[in-house]
Design a protein around this ligand. Structure first.
Ligand SMILES: NC(=O)c1ccc[n+]([C@@H]2O[C@H](COP(=O)([O-])OP(=O)(O)OC[C@H]3O[C@@H](n4cnc5c(N)ncnc54)[C@H](OP(=O)(O)O)[C@@H]3O)[C@@H](O)[C@H]2O)c1
Length: 219
């Protein structure tokens, strides 16, 4: 299924943001790329690489103009994300690293998940978790055309089924099979420290790893 989105806004121009930008441009979308320090500081290499498929933007422009928004910034900065128009689909590729993000007791105690925190900050958006369990380099290294047998798979999780289906279609366009694991609350099953986190898995293998996950409570 082809995703009809045309303008994809990306918050974050680091490891993950640049890789998502490459996949989106390769799939024929226009990319708005932003960072925290303003458009002048977005790495010029990625802008040259994207050519006419990419625009250096502010975070405010990304959320206002992106038909779909990707969050690829540290979790500690989620509270800086401006509110997008109601109903906007927001893909969350983020993870929790306490050394980087600070200790977040609700996550340590297993009372919520990374993407539920983003959904709570963006109550009118439709947050879908995807790609968080990939190493950034794999986004381009492992992408394969739709229909390729034994492709690498990404989970999709979200509270809105239509948004999950849209993101699943985008995942397929980007080069991966999609495994729908249901609501955002299931996201802990692919967060840091779980069997699904980082290695390459096909959809069937990923489903098995998702089932094998055990919730870690560090407190
Ligand atoms: N690296 C990986 O392999 C990988 C894989 C899966 C998931 N993730 C997750 O993806 C997220 C990003 O990781 P990363 O490795 O891509 O980080 P990174 O290379 O450090 O890049 C972070 C980017 O976020 C930007 N940023 C920070 N706050 C922002 C804000 N409020 N608005 C807009 N942009 C903002 C930074 O801009 P400035 O440079 O201007 O501050 C930078 O461009 C993290 O949650 C990480 O755990 C990473």
């Amino acid at each position: 299924m082809q995703c009809s989105m045309a303008k994809i806004g990306i918050l974050g121009a680091g490891n993950i943001g640049k890789q998502i930008a490459r996949l989106a441009a390769a799939a024929g979308h226009h990319v708005l790329l932003s960072n925290s320090r303003g458009p002048r500081n977005i790495p010029y290499d990625i802008i040259l690489e994207l050519g006419e498929n990419g625009t250096r933007s502010t975070a405010a422009e990304v959320v206002a103009e992106g038909e779909l928004v990707v969050v690829a910034i540290p979790l500690a900065n989620y509270d800086q994300i401006p509110q997008p128009p109601a109903g906007t689909i927001v893909i969350d590729a983020g993870n929790y690293y306490p050394d980087r993000d600070g200790v977040i007791p609700e996550l340590e105690e297993g009372r919520t998940t990374v993407s539920e925190l983003l959904q709570a900050h963006l109550p009118e958006a439709r947050v879908v978790k995807a790609f968080n369990h990939f190493p950034a380099v794999a986004l381009t290294a492992d992408a394969q055309p739709p229909g390729t047998p034994n492709r690498r798979a990404s989970i999709v999780a979200g509270d809105d089924p239509e948004a999950r289906a849209t993101v699943a279609a985008l995942v397929d366009e980007f080069g991966f099979d999609a495994l729908d694991i249901g609501e955002l609350a299931a996201g802990w099953r692919v967060e840091r420290g779980t069997p699904a986190y980082l290695p390459r898995f096909t959809r069937d293998e990923l489903a098995q790893k998702v089932r094998e996950a055990e919730r870690q409570h560090t407190r």
